[in-house]
Structures are given as C-alpha cells and as structure tokens.
Design a protein around this ligand. Structure first.
Ligand SMILES: [Zn+2]
Length: 96
C-alpha cells in the first residue's frame, strides 16, 4: 500500500487538528478522540491488539502541546496530560 504524504498540518482550534494530504483530501481530528485512540503499547495490548485504555480515563480537556514528525511516515503528539508515546502513522490517521 502506498503511504500517503502530509502536505499541511495545522491546528484549527484548541481541540481540532487538520491534515491536508498530498492527494488534496482534508481531514479534521478531534484531539480528545486522537488521545483516546492512541496506538502506543501503554494504550493497546500489542499481543491481542485490544485497547487497554478506557475512553473515560482521558479527560475531555486534554489538548495537544507539541506535534513532532517522525520521518516521513508518522507524527507524535505530546498531550497536555503528559502522554506522548503514541506514534500516529499517516496510514493510521488517514484511516481514522
Ligand atoms: Zn498511548
């Protein structure tokens, strides 16, 4: 599968991120939802693929503090609750 590239990434408001993909598709993300869908090993059981993070354990007030790109295939988000271990691949984001 071809990995989609990110053309632009910006913050629409304090709880919404937007990505413009290289094929001109624009997607908006609720950052609280992104936090609840964190794909890291602390939030998902790597063996079973089952989510161990309960949605209610993520406050509705959580916000992104810092976004960092990982190579050309993913980004990490440092959230205001201190969580920052999730690597959100573009493939994952594209299919949310
Ligand atoms: Zn996580």
């Amino acid at each position: 599968m071809k990995i989609m590239g990110v053309k632009e990434l910006w913050q629409v408001d304090d709880k919404t991120l937007a990505i413009l993909w290289t094929d001109k598709v624009e997607q908006h993300y609720d950052v609280v939802e992104l936090r609840r869908k964190c794909p890291c090993a602390a939030c998902v059981d790597e063996r079973t693929g089952k989510r161990t993070l309960a949605p209610e354990n993520v406050a509705d007030t959580v916000r992104p503090k810092l976004l960092k790109s990982v190579g050309r295939y993913a980004l990490t988000i440092q959230f205001s609750d201190g969580h920052e271990t999730g690597i959100y691949t573009f493939d994952y984001l594209r299919n949310l």
